[in-house]
Each structure stands twice: as C-alpha cells, then as structure tokens.
Write a protein that binds this ligand. Structure first.
Ligand code: SF4
Ligand code: SF4
Length: 386
C-alpha cells in the first residue's frame, strides 16, 4: 500500500499520555462492533504515534481515523485524561490539508451547510422528490417539510441558536423549545442567517479553515450579553469550543454565554406549569456531545423528571452511531452501532425515547425508533396541564 508523507502536529505530551491500559475499549462504539484494535481509541493513538515517528501514513491509517465517530466516549472513560477529541481533530485537519482525504465534492457539500439559501432550496427539492417517492429508501432521510413558516421572536431575554440542517428540516422542534422557554418566563430572540451553521461538521471533517470562518461569522450574529441557548447538543458543544478554536478573548467571552437549553431551564423550572398526574416512561439517550463533550446531560434528566418518569438505558453513555455526517459516510458501521442501542431501548420497555440532538434523532428514527427532542415532550405535557 502506497505511503505518503504527513506531519500530524499532535502535541507530543498528549500522544505520550496514553498508557495503553485499554479501559476505554468497552466505551468505543467502533471497537465494540468490529473488535479490531486499530478501530479502538488505544489503537488509533498507537497509529498516530507511528505516523508522527515515521512521518508516513497509508490508506489504512486514513480509514481507521475516518471510521472514528468522534463521540469522545473514550475521553470520559480514560483515567489518564488523554485528550482524544483534540488529537483526532488535529489529525483530520492535517489529513485534509496535506492529503486528498476530503475530495472536492465533499468540501462543497460541507460548504453548502453555511449557505442558508442553497440549503433551503436543496431541502425543498428533496421534499418534492420525497413526496413523489423518487428518493432511494436506503438514504433513510426523515420526512422533509416543504414549507416551514418563519420563527417569530417574542423578546430579547435569550437567544435561541437555530443552526443549518436542524432549521431546514426540524423547525417545529425550535418552536416547541421556544414555547417552553416562554413558559419559563423569557422572551426569545433568533439570530440572522449569519448564524446558519456552527461549523461542527467542518471540524469533524478536518476543515479547520472553514470552521473558523463560520465561527467568526456566527459570533457576529449574537450581539449583546444575553445567554445563547442551544437545543442541538452537537452545535452547543461546538459553540462552547469557539474559545479553543479561535483562541481570542472575544471567542472565549462568546463561549461563556452559550448554554444547552436544559442547563438554562433547570434554573427556571419553578415557572413552568405543574406536572401531569400520569407520567409516561421515557428513555433518555444522551447525545455524546452533551454527555462527553459538554458534560451537561444531568439537566435533561432534571427538566424531564418534572413531567415524565425518566428511564436510564442499560448501555448509558454509549453512542447511537449518528456522529453528524458519520451515519451517511459510514452507513454500515453506524447501523451496527444503532442496532445495539435499539436492543437497549427495547429492554427498557418505555413509551418513547428522547435525545437532545437532531443527528441522533434522525439516525434513531431511521432505525424505526419513536424518538423526540426532550422539550417536544415537555411542551406537549406542559400544554396538556394548562
Ligand atoms: S486512551 Fe486512556 S483509557 Fe484508553 S488506553 Fe489510553 S490511557 Fe487507557
Ligand atoms: S471518539 Fe468514540 S469512536 Fe472515536 S475512538 Fe473514541 S470512543 Fe471510539
């Protein structure tokens, strides 16, 4: 297999911090489904070390790096504090800059996420094709709305980040979240189209330059000091990492204003309508970017517990296989990871499942799971009581 020269540029102390104990292996979704050492965090770090030592990589190296879901479950499990997420991001950025890792068609695909007009037009075309049954079923796309209507602001207390694909395909979720925030006593403001995409998928793909451009643009769309609430775990994690991504005082200040919407709601729960008598049993699937990156999954439980009987899955903390664009780019592995998650959901014997991330919602729905955003359920039950 042909070798090519690459300089990954990973911090040598970070690389040395892995003591190869293997405690992360059971927490890695790709290791669990493949049982291959090179598809584990420890194996990937060994490959990174080898690449840094020799200055050479091959196609197999690229494939094992690309097959990582970037769930960062390994970071939570690691007793040595290995910063796997940033090591993987550095690796992918080096691959994208120095090799043909990201072909032009994919770069354009990612670029469209930051162009709301093209994204909206593309979504309408998909919606029409879907209505005419002209889309291959293996794409497993959700039902894409043809018309969505505008989001209507109700005040200036908090911002609600709307994003790119979520806003194009799942605007009703934003509306449910807005109603819950308003019931908690705050007026909601929406950003302009500058904030169309947070750049999370670009970071995952190694497109650091584009991610930083989108980050600068997004920051400009949220003037003032009001909190910036986010109802998508992946976007929230990315907005909170702008300080690290841009390394400027303004970016650090911006990140300080960002909260997952449940983090904000836990301090406003008393203002919400009282609970309904019959609390449904609802399983919680934590998005990895809420649990392992933001480490803010507990507020979801607290908010939900006011209205439902939250059920913890027996594989709590494990990824569902969505991983942003991963479920499209690695459909077989993503489906195998999801099958394990579906088994856990079935054992929980619940009425419904919640997950606070659009990618996880779409991926689980494509697997036949009835799943909603936590605040869609709160919105329903809250209105039932008023
Ligand atoms: S990444 Fe952490 S948990 Fe995994 S093998 Fe290395 S030191 Fe152990
Ligand atoms: S980020 Fe997730 S998929 Fe990647 S090595 Fe760590 S646990 Fe495995």
């Amino acid at each position: 297999m042909k070798k090519v020269a690459v300089k990954l540029g990973i911090d040598s102390e970070d690389l040395a911090s892995c003591v190869a104990c293997g405690l992360c292996l059971p927490h890695c979704p790709t290791y669990r489904v493949t049982q291959e050492e090179s598809a584990s965090p420890r194996g990937r770090i060994a490959l990174m070390r080898q690449a840094e030592t020799t200055g050479l990589i091959d196609q197999e190296f690229v494939e094992f790096m690309d097959a990582c879901v970037q769930c960062r479950g390994c970071e939570t499990a690691c007793p040595a504090g290995v910063p796997f997420g940033s090591m993987m991001e550095t690796t992918r950025e080096a691959l994208a800059e120095q090799t043909r890792y990201q072909p032009l068609w994919r770069r354009w695909g990612y670029r469209i996420l930051g162009c709301p007009k093209i994204l909206t037009l593309g979504s309408k075309v998909l919606a029409v094709l879907q209505k005419l049954n002209l889309l291959p079923s293996k794409l497993a796309l959700p039902k894409i709305p043809l018309l969505q209507g505008r989001l209507v602001p109700s005040g200036r207390d908090v911002w609600l980040f709307t994003g790119c694909v979520m806003d194009a395909w799942m605007r009703d979720t934003h509306r449910a979240v807005q109603r819950v925030i308003e019931a908690a006593g705050a007026g909601v403001r929406f950003p302009d189209k500058q904030a169309a995409c947070c750049g999370a998928l670009h970071v995952h793909a190694g497109l650091g330059h584009e991610a930083r451009r989108l980050a600068e643009r997004t920051m400009e769309a949220f003037p003032g000091q009001a909190p910036i609430l986010v109802d998508s775990a992946g976007c929230g994690a990315q907005l909170k990492e702008y300080g690290r991504l841009l390394d400027s005082a303004a970016a650090h200040e911006f990140s300080q204003r960002v909260l997952d919407v449940h983090e904000w709601l836990v301090n406003h729960l008393d203002a919400l309508p009282p609970a309904h008598a019959d609390a449904p049993r609802i399983a919680i699937q934590d998005p990895c970017h809420l649990r392992h990156v933001q480490q803010s999954h507990d507020p979801v439980r607290v908010v939900l517990a006011r209205y439902v009987e939250p059920v913890i899955l027996d594989d709590e903390g494990l990824c569902c296989g969505a991983g942003g664009a991963y479920s499209m780019l690695h459909a077989d592995t993503a489906a195998a990871v999801r099958e394990r998650k579906i088994g856990s959901i079935e054992r929980a014997q619940v009425q419904e499942v919640v997950s606070a991330n659009p990618g996880c919602l779409l991926h689980l729905r494509a697997g036949g799971v009835t799943v909603r955003h936590p605040l869609e359920i709160v919105d329903d039950l809250m209105r039932k009581d008023t």
